[in-house]
Design a binder for this molecule. Structure first.
Ligand code: AMP
Length: 128
């Protein structure tokens, strides 16, 4: 089934400048901004500027330049926010939710970068 991108999703509006954001880093193909409801002292969302729904959509259909730019941007965000273990930080977690089972709220691919506190184990054993 083809990926169906919704141009009215909130991150598309941010990219068009219709909604403000707290930018952490921007490059040719990528934007990183603070999550509006942070779950940790560092909670940044990294998004491609292109119209991609999810991680698998992006990695299947984005150009090499977009993918490289996105991955480098995540490193910049880790450096800027001070969470990179390679640069004296205490570490971080990346999360990308996709689809219904992944409980994805915004249907524009985004990577959460979380840090600034101990984050506990990756998943609980409960179903919620
Ligand atoms: P997900 O459940 O992975 O789709 O996460 C969507 C994330 O987007 C949530 O953590 C929201 O807090 C965040 N979010 C929603 N609207 C905005 C906004 N206008 N600016 C920044 N973050 C937002």
């Amino acid at each position: 089934m083809p990926y169906d991108y919704d141009d009215q999703n909130i991150f598309a509006k941010i990219l068009r400048g219709e909604i403000p954001n707290d930018t952490v880093f921007e490059s040719e193909h990528t934007l990183a901004f603070k999550d509006i409801e942070p779950l940790a002292p560092v909670h940044v969302l990294v998004i491609p500027k292109g119209r991609y729904v999810s991680h698998d959509h992006f990695t299947a259909e984005a150009s090499d330049a977009e993918i490289l730019d996105f991955m480098r941007a995540t490193a910049e965000v880790c450096r800027i926010t001070g969470v990179s273990p390679g640069n004296g930080g205490d570490g971080f977690r990346t999360i990308s939710n996709a689809g219904e089972n992944g409980v994805q709220e915004v249907p524009h691919f985004h990577l959460h970068i979380l840090g600034g506190r101990h984050l506990g184990r990756m998943l609980s054993r409960k179903d919620d």
